[in-house]
Design a protein around this ligand. Sequence first.
Ligand SMILES: NC(=O)c1ccc[n+]([C@@H]2O[C@H](COP(=O)([O-])OP(=O)(O)OC[C@H]3O[C@@H](n4cnc5c(N)ncnc54)[C@H](OP(=O)(O)O)[C@@H]3O)[C@@H](O)[C@H]2O)c1
Length: 258
Amino acid sequence: MSEFAGKTLVLSGGTRGIGRAIIDKFAQNGANIAFTFNNDEEGAKAIRADFESRYKIKCRCYRLDILEPESYKEVFEAIDADFNEVNYFISNAIISGRSVVGGFAPFMRLKAKGLNNIYTATVLAFVIGAQEAAKRMEKSGGGAIVAISSTGNLVHTENYAGHGTSKAALEIMVKYAANELASKNIRANVVSGGPIDTDALRKFPNYEEMKAGTIARTPLGRMGQATDLAGATLFLCSKDSYWITGQTLIADGGSSFT
Ligand SMILES: NC(=O)c1ccc[n+]([C@@H]2O[C@H](COP(=O)([O-])OP(=O)(O)OC[C@H]3O[C@@H](n4cnc5c(N)ncnc54)[C@H](OP(=O)(O)O)[C@@H]3O)[C@@H](O)[C@H]2O)c1
């Protein structure tokens, strides 16, 4: 039997893209799923019904706004009512659209509000979500936390200064979490992806150009797909990675070293 059978994963932003692919991977492996949505309640409910019938696991969805990180507390209280324990937490959700104006921009057009929003949604939301998850994991003897990052903090990516700097901060925050949660048998790691063909990327104004450029500089010869980060994330939650904590695992088809 899979080590994930009957365990519970909490993931932010499970309606589409990378988050959707990750919860699918965990559900295939028998994990129960508690995931969040922001706008797409209908889509979230459809995923819940689909997973429960296809994978015979328990799946529930909750509204969360990562621009209000404290609201994680209510989400976890609702999860407590539905699930006995929390074994894995994956911080995945990302903001886009109006809230990143002034944050997703060339350097000379960066503005405090957009930059602060990205920091709040990326770093502060991770902190509050991981704190709430860790309190529950401690009660069941340990667990694993994974934050989803991107190689935009290693490779110059147009308009990406706000996200790239927040992802860099996120990766350091994960190291602090890993260090301080280790005594509770909780590991914390990062999966960092190169450009992946999701809604978030399709909103980039230079999407087509970026896609062509990414394929050209990716040794494995194609654009990343949402499913490409799921295996790395499952591995970092599995017992096979028991000696790995505070690390960033890059899954980018080799594109950050070309
Ligand atoms: N795409 C890439 O190239 C790439 C590469 C490497 C890493 N990543 C990282 O992977 C993660 C997922 O990215 P993605 O490309 O899969 O994103 P995506 O397709 O845009 O999906 C975003 C998810 O976040 C949720 N969300 C949006 N605004 C929110 C808010 N204010 N509060 C709470 N949840 C909110 C959405 O929920 P609704 O559908 O309900 O709005 C959705 O589930 C991010 O951390 C991103 O930085 C992305």
